[in-house]
Design a protein. Sequence first.
Length: 324
Amino acid sequence: MIATFAIAIAAGCASALMFASILSGALISLLLLYFAPLPLMVAGLGWGPLAATIGGIAAASALGAIFGLSHGLGFAVTVALPAWWLGHLALLGRPVSAGLSSGNGAAPVAPALEWYPVGRILLWIAGFAILTAIVILLTLGSDAEAITGTLRRGLLRFFGPRDTATGADIERIVDAFVTIAPAAVTITAMLRLTLNLWLAAKITATSGRLHRPWPDLKTTAMPPMTLAALSVALAFCFVGGLSALFAQTVATALMMAYAIVGFAVLHTLTLALRYRAYWLTCAYTIVAVLTWSMLVMVAIGLADAVFGFRQRFLRKRPPPLPAS
């Protein structure tokens, strides 16, 4: 218990320092802020959710005491709470069969466990990304006009003084940024939590402290009702006002979840390719360079949810090709 407490405090201190580094204004602080949940996630996956809870409470309390209540609450909502809950879900399992005796009076064999599905964890990540985006937007104003006005004024100050010739062009750029800001914040939060959880799981698995088998990520699938939720969110995007802003964050997060599922589909459908690693590398490179191509992955994920491409492929999968 003492070791767990020490790990929890160390992880909380590391996360708090990474979160508070943004106040320095240094460029490297953006990277540190991005990976602020990682220490708490490693503690939660390797030493249990209690470690993440203790570390998160200690870090949030320290930040609140030193920098103010808003910083402590911001850390708790965007870092500590997701790190604790996602770590808890990743280790959640239930027996699917009763323990069987191995005969000769030996102790019964431990029952097989069904672990919490990766798709549902991804849905929770989307929920936390939505929560993070909404909290950030509400710090800018209490209604849609106030939020967009604050964003616009901040971006205009960022671009600095301008003459008449370039003023119109800059204002068009600013208006475009203001329009995509809710989606951009949601995408950043979604990718941040997904990458941090994956890295934390890799670290704990490498150290031998991950208390569940590594999941087959190619089988990741969203719960069926997610499609209905996405349809409702897309419909509310056109109602205007604060509801439309919030609906945009929900729709963006769910579409990003389906984009991640799209990559899982791609990994499955390329199983029979001879130069599979090369084609996957090309796909990831294209998405990284041409960010709009992420919409293709969204379409693949949605199409698989409707038509079941992976199930059809695996049912008639040809024998594996010889290694290249």
